[in-house]
Ligand binder design. Structure first.
Ligand SMILES: NC(=O)c1ccc[n+]([C@@H]2O[C@H](COP(=O)([O-])OP(=O)(O)OC[C@H]3O[C@@H](n4cnc5c(N)ncnc54)[C@H](OP(=O)(O)O)[C@@H]3O)[C@@H](O)[C@H]2O)c1
Length: 300
């Protein structure tokens, strides 16, 4: 198949492009700056910005399938403010759906996120939820994925756990985490377990019209995940609880002063990021065989 991976130069996108290329698909990766990405030589690179329809629509011509992966991270406040989530996630999706329809690309796979909901608690989740609705309303043969946090070479999650410490307690072995990091739980999935699932979704019509929530083999709190990261580096830290109420008041104030976290990031630490039912079995996988975060870090 000819497959267009919009956002194919990002963290997940690069693994997906490699997986599709290994399966002998003709792959095109599209992003704003595609030329420095580490992609197989067989992958064509195209430049375009999903917020600008005219810059992307030509890349859809002749494709059999499209993956949509562009993202702004929910972990930090985006440049341009929280409203940028709507611009990129919703506006970008609307442009990609329109281009796919106009160029007759019937198969369309959307990367969403757990908790995506037009009425959700953060700008990110609302924009992801509205983008899902735009996909569902389309005439395309769509599939939607909602993964938990993804880890692997090049991920942002390990960086995030370190950045939080730099923000809250630079230079000391204490790590004040909102709620002691016990509130939110994650079911982290290894990018090399996720990429084959995404590629598999093209291989059977039974995945059309489905929303899949996917995660890894274990549920970890932010505290447990953070401890694993530091253990893997031989560093000893003591996590101390920062009261959630204090974080709820403090982060929005700091965010308004240019700090990289605000009320959305507080909300993100206040609810779980775990699938209702882990749908990896819909693709014939046994999640107990997937890689754990600790194994990846070399500490279990
Ligand atoms: N990583 C996770 O833990 C995780 C968890 C749940 C859901 N997801 C979802 O999975 C998808 C992939 O995530 P990721 O971690 O791979 O993200 P990422 O590393 O930030 O990659 C994003 C990709 O989109 C491109 N992009 C961003 N803005 C664009 C724009 N305006 N126009 C065109 N391309 C644009 C980027 O390239 P340029 O900057 O060159 O344009 C890059 O190729 C996203 O939808 C994300 O929400 C990720």
């Amino acid at each position: 198949m000819d497959v267009l991976v919009v956002g194919g130069t990002g963290f997940v996108g690069q693994y997906l492009c490699r997986e599709l290329d290994d399966r002998d698909h003709e792959v095109t990766a599209l992003s704003r700056n595609p030329h420095d990405a580490d992609l197989p030589t067989g992958v064509t690179r195209k430049e375009g910005d999903v917020t600008d329809y005219d810059s992307i629509e030509g890349a859809f011509e002749g494709q059999d399938a499209v993956f949509f992966l562009p993202a702004l991270t929910p972990l930090f406040k985006p440049d341009g403010g929280d409203e940028m989530h709507e611009v990129v996630h919703l506006g970008g999706t609307e442009n990609a759906v329109r281009a796919a329809e106009e160029h007759g690309v019937s198969r369309y796979v959307q990367m969403s996120a757990l908790g995506a909901d037009p009425n959700g608690p953060t700008h990110y989740l609302r924009a992801k939820g509205k983008a899902e609705k735009a996909v569902e309303r389309s005439d395309l043969d769509w599939t939607i994925f909602r993964p938990s946090i993804v880890f692997g070479e090049g991920d942002e999650f390990v960086y995030f756990t370190k950045r939080l410490k730099q923000i809250f307690a630079p230079g000391v072995p204490l790590y004040p985490l909102p709620g002691g990091g016990r509130k939110a739980h994650f079911q982290l999935i290894w990018v090399e377990d996720l990429a084959p699932i995404l590629a598999d979704s093209l291989e059977s019509d039974e995945h059309v019209g489905q929303i899949y929530e996917v995660g890894g083999p274990e549920v970890l709190s932010l505290r447990e995940a953070t401890e694993l990261v530091y253990e893997s580096e031989g560093e000893s830290i003591t996590i101390v609880p920062l009261p959630m109420e204090l974080a709820k008041v403090g982060l929005p104030v700091l965010g308004s002063l240019g700090f990289p976290m605000g009320s959305d990031q507080y909300e993100g630490l206040d609810f779980d990021n775990t699938p209702r039912d882990n749908d990896v079995d819909a693709f014939g996988y046994d999640v107990s065989e997937f890689r754990t975060f600790g194994d990846y870090l070399g500490v279990r």
